[in-house]
Write a protein that binds this ligand. Sequence first.
Ligand code: HEC
Length: 123
Amino acid sequence: MTQTAALVVAVILIAVGAALGQTRADLQTDQTKIKQGASVYAREGCAKCHFLAGKGGNSSHSLDGVGTKLSVEQIRVVLLTPEARGGHQKPAKGMPAYGKLSQTDFNALVAYVSSLKTLGMPR
Ligand code: HEC
């Protein structure tokens, strides 16, 4: 009986440990992706038009805090079809589409943009 209980506890501990390890690994991947996305942002010249953390183009096109305003899906849509946004979102007139990026670069860019949660504080 006690042996069974000990076994159950052991199994639970192993499962929790594995879950925690997984989360840590995921976080690390996210951080790597966000960093990669920041260099895609720089390379693609988003700052020519967009203002971020006190730097870059037109301050009326600020991306400060955009990660709290738009969902990951909305960020994907604007990057793929900037001029075709509907609803209350104004179309991104003149913004190039970024579907030509590699899948890795595109996903990293989306992760970066959605990480911009705080005004003027890109990660
Ligand atoms: C030629 C100018 C131009 C370039 C280059 C550009 N954008 Fe934009 N973008 C715009 C305009 C104009 C809008 C319309 C909304 C606005 O006024 O901010 C917009 C909108 C957006 C939005 C939605 C903002 C919101 O608040 O709804 C995101 C996100 C965005 N751009 C990300 C990017 C990223 C990331 C890049 C680089 C890969 C980029 N843009 C490059 C002009 C540009």
